[in-house]
Design a protein around this ligand. Structure first.
Ligand SMILES: [Zn+2]
Length: 90
């Protein structure tokens, strides 16, 4: 996994790119305290499980991918609760 920093709030997450369309994001800190956007939305009453991601973070991840800072992983995706595996591209 590779670290990406949110361009807006500076929150750091780990990103793993499995394919051009499958990017997995792992938050290192509690989203509601680490991310300004999550903090703002949850303060406004949005249920936290309805929040998928911070828009600025998504944009930062996209930029990192476009700039080639995130390289594609050839590992299989761990899917909890099932034995399903996504095939790695070679
Ligand atoms: Zn953010």
């Amino acid at each position: 996994m590779q670290p990406v920093e949110c361009g807006m709030c500076g929150n750091r997450v780990l990103v793993e790119k499995y394919s051009p369309t499958h990017i997995s994001t792992q938050w290192l800190d509690d989203a509601t305290t680490a991310c300004a956007e999550f903090r703002r939305l949850s303060a406004a009453g949005t249920p936290i499980d309805r929040l998928r991601s911070c828009g600025a973070l998504d944009a930062s991840i996209d930029t990192a991918v476009v700039e080639g800072r995130i390289t594609e992983s050839h590992r299989t995706v761990p899917v909890s609760g099932s034995t399903h595996e996504v095939r790695a591209y070679t």
